[in-house]
Design a protein around this ligand. Structure first.
Ligand SMILES: [Cu+2]
Length: 338
């Protein structure tokens, strides 16, 4: 028995540094602990392994606490038949077009066609018309059924083409660039502007998702953290097969194609957690590579960038940052492949 105990202990000791590293790196996962100011850490040092990683020559900024999702926001609701609530300007236009224009039109046209069919079936039935009508042309009706659909299509075309153009509008110069890479079967996020190297995002298990109060199969370990109110430019690509980066509540859906860079630009209006999924059949675990976006107020986003060892736009390189650039050994986020 003692032998088993000491074996387990030895195993734990062997893995202690990597466990501690993960704890450090996944700072955005630690809800309360990560929010504690750095001074507390100095006052109450953790175990030796954790101290070893803290000895890196980087001024450590605590990551903001992991945001809790709001039920029904940024995710589908049970029994929901319409589009999700939108949090980008393009999303509002799209939802308006769908709910206020297309659906009523489709409904009205369907009812009209059904009524005309029923009327014709009843009025021109064989029993009431022993001698069939020989009518083959009616100029007025023909003009109406040609002109009316053309007018309807023209009315629909105006907001529709505007929306199409909006969806592919290039990002402004000051946009924050994030490179999104689809892998079989997880996502990789890299912040070239902020100097944050790529980290990967995997689905949480059902137990982990339940424990953190998040929807299973939508919750991810490392979220794509983005600022609210600042234009964002996503550069989207695939590493192996075609994936699709889709977040319904932000009106984002863009294919991630190997050997090709696709671009998507948007500005998030409200802080929150927005979920999405890979939307291109990409293999066995296609349904298990969710997208979780955490939209933070600008100040908190800057804090997150610093906590990951990144730099803020326009900031003069400080001594600590220069040192870090020279030795980028400490990965800001662990490779948490499942
Ligand atoms: Cu995929």
């Amino acid at each position: 028995m003692n032998k088993v105990k000491s074996l387990v202990l030895a195993g734990l000791l062997a893995f202690a540094p990597s466990i501690a590293m993960n704890g450090q790196a996944l700072a955005q996962d630690n809800v309360a602990a990560a929010a504690a100011p750095a001074a507390d850490n100095a006052a109450a040092p953790a175990d030796s392994a954790a101290n070893a990683t803290e000895a890196a020559p980087v001024a450590k900024v605590a990551a903001p606490p992991r945001m809790k999702p709001t039920e029904g926001i940024g995710m589908p609701k049970p029994g929901e038949v319409t589009l999700q609530e939108q949090f980008t300007s393009t999303g509002h236009t799209a939802r308006w077009l769908h709910d206020k224009m297309l659906l009523p039109l489709i409904f009205a046209i369907s009812i009209l066609v059904l009524a005309l069919m029923l009327y014709a079936m009843w009025k021109f039935r064989a029993s009431a018309n022993p001698i069939p009508s020989k009518t083959s042309h009616n100029t007025l009706i023909e003009v109406v059924w040609t002109v009316l659909p053309v007018l309807i299509l023209l009315v629909v075309a105006v907001p529709s083409i505007g929306l199409l153009a909006d969806q592919y509008k290039p990002a402004p110069k000051d946009a924050l660039t994030v490179k999104v890479t689809g892998y079989q079967w997880y996502w990789g996020y890299e912040y070239p502007d902020a100097g944050i190297p790529e980290f990967v995002s995997n689905m949480l298990t059902e137990e982990q998702a339940n424990a953190s109060g998040e929807p299973h199969q939508l919750a991810a370990d490392n979220r794509l953290v983005l600022p609210v109110g600042r234009p964002i430019k996503l550069i989207i690509t695939g590493a192996d097969v075609i994936h699709s980066f889709a977040v319904p509540s932000l009106w984002v859906k863009m294919d991630a194609v190997p050997g090709r860079l696709n671009e998507k630009s948007f500005t998030i209006e409200k802080p929150g957690v927005y979920y999405g999924q890979c939307s291109e059949l990409c293999g066995a675990r296609h349904g298990f590579m969710p997208i979780a976006i955490e939209a933070l107020p600008p100040a908190q986003f800057d804090q997150w960038v610093l906590s990951q060892g990144g730099k803020l736009p326009g900031a003069a390189p400080a001594a600590a940052e220069t040192a870090q650039a020279a030795a980028p050994a400490a990965a800001p986020v662990a490779d948490a492949k499942l």
